[in-house]
Design a protein around this ligand. Structure first.
Ligand code: FAD
Length: 335
């Protein structure tokens, strides 16, 4: 019987019976942001809660003790393991994956979750290799302890995958699971993580963070995105103006980003951010599948495009056909 196996097979009078093991348990990697946490962890915790068994959150970094106090107040977290050490800052994969491996071994965890964020995508493949398990990425639903649903071909098909690996390594599409909530009634126990001996091959040098007073793209309830049709970085101002008028985050197509009209952190799509706001306004964006992959789960989609046959109109709830430089100022006057 493999350690961590979810099914125990017993042979009785020549027949095989599958007995559900009661021992499922999940680890969730919580990325810290100073003494706070990255919000995607809340969605990963909700995903872990869909399985039976306790949920242990792993918080690592030089201010992990403060972050752990926050995590202990999240509903659905049974235990918080705290690794207070600067070597875990910035979630370098060598150190973080070694920590998660040590914890999996200590706890006998059957499932390990992380958000499908830059950090999750960086750490989890290394962890999967260390644990000799196949990672299942970007899951949007959980159908059972070994069966998960994930989009493939830029969201044009949905695959249901079943794994026979004893330890399941999963990254979670955060827009597909609700955020776990904070509650004063929640009080997870806290435990100090085992010391690990990691000798990192990489080191963190610096980061250039785009600062913005606008809402964060991934969490915003409204997003206004501009495409190639805005023509220049000056032209992109019309997108910022409309976004500011309605309190929205700003997004962009890859064509707009590649042309240098805006920062590449704004890119929405297969190779950019995945968003699912209540309102998504696509301005001068044709609706290529790679763009749709990042926004098609938005609740209400509005498209502004001068070509009535642009593919974006097949997805849009509301469409305005015309020149964006005429329509957007008019729209701003009216809202
Ligand atoms: P275009 O396709 O050029 O469309 C511009 C639109 O603006 C047209 O529909 C046009 O009718 C309209 N228009 C022009 N002038 C006006 C005007 N004055 N008023 C109103 N409308 C006007 N793309 C992404 O967005 N995100 C991704 O993550 C992404 N990842 C990719 C990954 C791969 C592997 C590949 C191959 C491609 C990827 N792409 C991605 C690129 C994608 O295929 C498209 O090229 C891109 O989305 C096109 O951007 P766009 O709609 O702004 O430009």
């Amino acid at each position: 019987l493999a350690r961590g196996s979810a099914l125990k097979q017993l042979s009785t009078q020549g027949r095989l019976y599958a007995v559900q093991r009661s021992g499922l348990s999940s680890l969730v990697f919580v990325e810290t942001k100073g003494s706070g946490i990255e919000e995607g962890a809340l969605n990963a915790i909700s995903a872990a809660r869909k399985l039976s068994g306790p949920v242990t959150a792993v918080v690592a970094g030089s201010e992990a003790d403060a972050a752990a106090k926050t995590v202990a107040k999240i509903e659905g977290v049974d235990k918080v393991v705290v690794a207070k050490d600067a070597m875990f800052d910035h979630a370098l994969p060598e150190t973080t994956a070694s920590l998660l491996k040590a914890l999996q071994e200590k706890e006998g965890s059957t499932h390990i979750f992380a958000p499908h964020s830059a950090a999750g995508k960086n750490v989890m493949p290394r962890l999967a290799a260390l644990l000799d398990s196949q990672q299942i990425s970007d899951i949007v639903a959980i159908e059972g302890e070994d069966t998960f649903v994930r989009p493939v071909y830029a969201g044009n098909a949905i695959a249901t995958v079943k794994t026979s690996d004893a330890i399941k390594i999963l990254t979670v599409r955060t827009t597909s699971f609700p955020a776990a909530v904070y509650s004063d009634a929640a009080s997870a126990t806290e435990e100090v993580a085992p010391t690990i001996d990691a000798s990192p091959l990489s080191k963190w040098v610096k980061e250039d963070v785009a600062k913005s007073d606008r809402p964060d793209l991934a969490a915003a309830k409204r997003v206004v995105s501009g495409g190639r049709a805005v023509k220049s970085s000056e032209g992109f101002k019309i997108i910022y103006d409309l976004a500011d008028k309605i309190g929205a985050a700003v997004g962009a197509s890859r064509a707009a980003v590649d042309a240098g009209y805006c920062d590449n952190s704004l890119q929405v799509g297969q190779t950019g951010r995945i968003v699912a706001p209540e309102l998504y306004i696509a301005i001068g964006i044709s609706g290529a599948i790679q763009h749709l992959a990042g926004m098609k789960d938005s609740k209400v989609i509005v498209a502004i495009n001068k070509d009535a046959d642009a593919p974006i109109f097949q997805l849009a709830d509301y469409g305005l056909v015309g020149d964006l430089f005429t329509i957007v100022p008019e729209l701003m006057e009216k809202v």
